[in-house]
Design a protein. Structure first.
Length: 87
C-alpha cells in the first residue's frame, strides 16, 4: 500500500493572470509565470516548492496569455524528456 501525504489532495491555487508590466522586456511574448529562471519557468519553480511539502494538486488561474501556460503543461513530457528524431 502506498502512503500519501494528507496534503496531496489539498489544491494549491496559483494566480497567473498578470500582464507583468515591470518585466516588460521578458513578457512581450510570454506571460510572467513563464519567464525562465535557469532552465525552467518561474511557475515550475513555485510548483516544485509546493510539491516538496506534499502538495500534488494545482489550480492555475489563467489570464494574460494563458494559452502559453496551457501549451507548456500539455507538452511538458516532450520538453522534460530526452527526445531523438530520426528522419
Amino acid at each position: 500500500m502506498q502512503s500519501t501525504s494528507p496534503l496531496s489532495e489539498v489544491p494549491v491555487i496559483i494566480l497567473c493572470g498578470g500582464m507583468g508590466m515591470r518585466l516588460k522586456e521578458e513578457t512581450e511574448f510570454r506571460p510572467k509565470p513563464m519567464v525562465e529562471l535557469g532552465q525552467h519557468p518561474i511557475l515550475w519553480h513555485i510548483m516544485q516548492c509546493y510539491s516538496r511539502y506534499g502538495f500534488q494538486r494545482f489550480i492555475l488561474c489563467l489570464g494574460f496569455r494563458g494559452k502559453v501556460i496551457k501549451e507548456f503543461f500539455l507538452n511538458y513530457s516532450i520538453h522534460a524528456s530526452d527526445v531523438e528524431v530520426h528522419l
